[in-house]
Design a binder for this molecule. Structure first.
Ligand SMILES: NC(=O)c1ccc[n+]([C@@H]2O[C@H](COP(=O)([O-])OP(=O)(O)OC[C@H]3O[C@@H](n4cnc5c(N)ncnc54)[C@H](OP(=O)(O)O)[C@@H]3O)[C@@H](O)[C@H]2O)c1
Length: 374
């Protein structure tokens, strides 16, 4: 299966123009053409991985988790299916899900939504947990479990191959070489196309990559969480020709500026209710991030979310964010970022101000933190 060859670029451009989302500096008072302007079509395509293990991604990916899991009220299935199809019509060719999102229901949703255009797009999913009583129940990276998840994910996604199969969290009881070797076998059998890792250390990446070239590492990275820069993961990806997919690129919605200390989370299905960084005091203490984004965005006709995504994409050309949303308006707002170019000199003051800000509150609860290799 070939990645979508970014068809209909002209139509998409026309669509963005008519929907007012093609951001042109000429429309923004006080911003010259050297600062913000529409980019060429080809610059919308980013590559994850290299050689035989690469994927061509148009614009940004779409994180589908929140349509079923951890992000509050679950929309009607028909609404989410329409949203995924709207993303495809708008040029998205990369959709992210996982077995544990639901569990299972998110893969089932994505499978139904993408079926009509499956051959034109790329789908990524993840293995790595036991699921008991319909809940995530500890890590399991054993080869037989990886094979079982692959077979079941193929069925739920209504496909015969998984374009990108990530280990969601590393199992300390299974050598990473065994995991990489199992995925390598699945690739040889034609069930999987590419191998990915999530929240792993440099050492794990190197050991895995030596067995089966890794196409993408997916870990948390955004304006309020730069650990992959500090721990060398991003530099290692660059050195080895591995793509990087920052998850929660809007810091689970916080960087949109639409969440605040008064926000009441729908705790039954929103893990933010229990995350230290989403407690009212932490959100109040972290408000300077929103002020910085708002100030930068207001001068350029951009929303805080768009500035957050543009900031991530300017870090490296091999970065493909996968913002999640349940709303068409947000989807289109986020995709418009692929058309932006903001000069390095414009970012200079922003980065200086950013470096002075400190973050209040941990990103995860202790249980979740123990599963990631910082
Ligand atoms: N590998 C891993 O361990 C891991 C962990 C977490 C997530 N992920 C992946 O990353 C994807 C994204 O992560 P995420 O959902 O945690 O965080 P995110 O993308 O940073 O934020 C999603 C939240 O932002 C809101 N949002 C999106 N666009 C917006 C806009 N333009 N304006 C205002 N609000 C906006 C969404 O609400 P609305 O629905 O109202 O738009 C949603 O609540 C997931 O879908 C999943 O595929 C992977």
């Amino acid at each position: 299966m070939k990645p979508k060859s970014i068809s209909n670029a002209t139509n998409r451009r026309a669509f963005l123009k008519t929907s007012g989302l093609l951001i042109s500096s000429s429309l923004i008072p006080g911003v010259s053409n050297s600062q913000t302007f529409p980019s060429s079509e080809s610059s919308q395509i980013r590559t994850l991985g290299s050689g035989a293990n690469q994927l061509k991604i148009n614009k940004l990916g779409l994180g589908c988790m929140g349509m079923s899991y951890h992000r509050g009220r679950i929309p009607e299935k028909s609404v989410s299916i329409a949203l995924i199809r709207k993303a495809y019509e708008s040029g998205v060719n990369f959709f992210d899900t996982a077995e544990v999102y639901g569990p299972y229901t998110n893969e089932t949703l994505v499978g139904e939504a993408i079926e009509p255009f499956r051959k034109d797009i790329l789908v990524s999913t993840k293995f790595g947990f036991n699921i008991e009583n319909n809940q995530m129940a500890g890590l399991n990276g054993r080869p037989e479990q990886i094979r079982k998840v692959a077979e079941e994910s193929l069925k739920r996604l209504r496909t015969d191959v998984l374009d990108l199969f990530y280990q969601h969290r590393q199992d300390p009881n299974v050598p990473i070489e065994d995991v990489a070797g199992t995925v390598k076998d699945l690739i040889a059998e034609g069930k999987v196309k590419n191998f990915g890792l999530s929240e792993v250390s440099v050492e794990t990446i190197r050991r895995a990559h030596a067995v089966q070239p890794v196409t993408a590492v997916q870990s948390e990275f955004h304006l309020m969480w730069h650990r992959v820069v500090e721990n060398g993961v991003l530099a290692t990806c660059e050195e080895l020709g591995i793509g990087f997919v920052p998850y929660s690129p809007i810091n689970r919605g916080f960087l949109s500026g639409m969440l605040n200390p008064q926000t009441k989370f729908f705790a039954e299905n929103d893990n933010r209710a229990g995350l230290p960084r989403f407690q009212p005091d932490a959100m109040a203490a972290n408000w300077p991030f929103i002020e910085l984004l708002t100030d930068f965005g207001q001068q350029r006709g951009l929303t805080p979310t768009q500035v957050s995504l543009a900031w991530l994409m300017k870090q490296k050309p091999f970065i493909v964010p996968i913002p999640g949303t349940t709303k068409e308006a947000h989807l289109l707002e986020n995709l418009a970022v692929a058309d932006l170019q903001i000069s390095d000199s414009d970012w200079k003051n922003f980065d200086e101000s950013l470096s002075k800000l400190t973050v209040e509150g941990d990103r995860y609860t202790p249980t979740e933190r123990n599963r990631v290799q910082n």
